[in-house]
Design a protein around this ligand. Structure first.
Ligand code: FE2
Length: 450
């Protein structure tokens, strides 16, 4: 049976519930308990509560709450009755109940002008470790490894590693069993045969380096730590073990920091060419070579940066663009279509299918691509072709200009933080850095021409 990935819906599942952030003024002691009871009675779950000094009345406190529920009208009513301000519903910044602009929020989640909450430093990603939709150790009954107790225990082991992992630590090494290595070997051997004809130039340029430096071999499953070190040297990307499958917003947020959440487990040995979810073969053979290419490394990070503080409908569009590019993208090189998406490059069957005359090829246009539904369990009927990676990047940037948010997110590679260019001083400061870079460029050109 051919490998057939689940189109990373596991990375990127969506949620129909609306989410919200609100600020509540709580003056009396015990008021929080009453508030919690009211939300509980209405079936609205609170996902975050924090107290902070009031921004409106000196000496008083207020609570910033975040929650999730199906009845957004009910949520509005409760918050209004409590005298609070609803500052966001489902990713859209809104005017508060009192007609004022949304209140500023506190560190470390947001910037100086919005109440949007998202990670600002690479360490903040530690908070996502347990915030997953499904743990990798929870297998559905139709999973090939469901009845295999040893396999389930193995995935539990890797869930625990990821749960305890903190940024800056070395990723624990896995001693893969013979069966696991054989499974990897089957995938590796089959795919390697067709990479020269089916994968893009960038992939074929990086792959030998991974063989030389990271132990990419038929008889060896590379360690995430070694691969992460390799990526850091090449493009500043790093891998982080993942305990489960994140919601789209959290998965994309990692990309903003050049952090790729990667699984360590391997598919079940009984079906080496099939996996219902992204496994270590998909991450290492599919994603890693492309994250090691400077152009695609930047393209991937751009999607992540664009997602920070974006409304939910935009997160969905960005997720879909990610799906049709970095997961299932094809490009044109010297008149031929080649694969660069990880879902294709880690799937022996779909890699051949996508370059056949069966699927439809359309030009990558983020406005259209970003709203094209995709399949989770079958090969795609449509693939989107990038004329060049520069062209795809430029189109994506123009598309992202339309995201309604009052700042531009920029990654600082020295401090590993996301900065928000949202006022004149920050913009001037950024311009000064660009001027320094331009001076270096000018001098380099003048020396070259001397
Ligand atoms: Fe993927």
């Amino acid at each position: 049976m051919d490998i057939q990935t689940k189109k990373d819906s596991t990375h990127l599942e969506s949620d129909d519930d609306s989410t919200f952030d609100a600020v509540l003024p709580l003056k009396e002691s015990g008021a929080l308990v009453k508030v919690l009871q009211q939300f509980q009675r209405s079936g609205i779950g609170l996902t975050h509560i924090e107290s902070r000094p009031s921004r409106r009345v000196e000496g008083e406190y207020e609570f910033l709450i975040s929650g999730r529920g199906k009845d957004s009208k009910g949520t509005r009513e409760i918050i209004k009755n409590l005298g609070g301000d609803l500052v966001r519903v489902s990713g859209s910044r809104i005017e508060s109940n009192t007609g004022e602009a949304a209140a500023e929020s506190s560190e470390p989640f947001d910037g100086s002008v919005t109440a949007f909450r998202f990670p600002r430093t690479i360490q903040d990603l530690d908070q996502f470790a347990n915030r997953v939709l499904d743990y990798i150790s929870d297998l559905p009954p139709d999973h090939p490894g469901f009845s295999d107790a040893a396999y389930r225990a193995r995935r539990k082991e890797m869930t625990n590693i990821a749960t305890n992992y903190k940024h800056g630590q070395s990723i624990p090494r896995i001693e893969y069993t013979e069966k696991e290595v054989q499974t990897w070997g089957t995938v590796f051997r089959n795919l390697k045969k067709i990479f020269p004809t089916h994968a893009c130039e960038e992939y074929n340029r990086v792959f030998p380096l991974l063989e030389e430096q990271c132990g990419f071999r038929e008889d060896n499953i590379p360690q995430l730590e070694d691969v992460s070190q390799f990526l850091q040297k090449r493009t500043g990307w790093r891998l982080r073990p993942v305990a489960g499958f994140h919601a789209p917003r959290e998965f994309l947020a990692g990309l903003a920091f050049r952090v790729f959440h990667a699984t360590q487990f391997i598919r079940h040995w009984s079906k080496p060419l099939y996996t219902p979810e992204p496994d270590v073969c998909h991450e290492l053979i599919g994603h890693v070579p492309m994250l090691a290419d400077p152009k695609l490394a930047q393209f991937s990070q751009d999607i992540g940066l664009a997602s920070l503080g974006a409304p939910d409908d935009w997160v969905e569009k960005l997720t879909t663009c990610w799906f049709y590019t970095m997961e299932f993208g094809v490009c044109r090189q010297e008149g031929q279509v080649k694969a660069y998406g990880a879902g294709l490059l880690s799937s022996f069957g779909e890699l051949q299918y996508c370059l056949s005359d069966k699927p439809e090829m359309r030009e990558f246009e983020p406005e259209k691509t970003g709203v094209q539904p995709y399949r989770n369990t079958e090969y795609q009927p449509i693939y989107y072709v990038a004329e060049s990676f520069e062209d795809a990047k430029s189109k994506l940037q123009k598309f992202c200009d339309q995201i309604p948010r009052p700042f531009v997110a920029k990654y600082n590679p020295y401090t590993l933080e996301v900065e928000m260019l949202d006022n004149k001083d920050k913009i001037l400061n950024h311009a000064a850095k660009l001027k320094d870079d331009f001076e270096i460029l000018r001098e380099a050109v003048s020396r070259l021409c001397a």
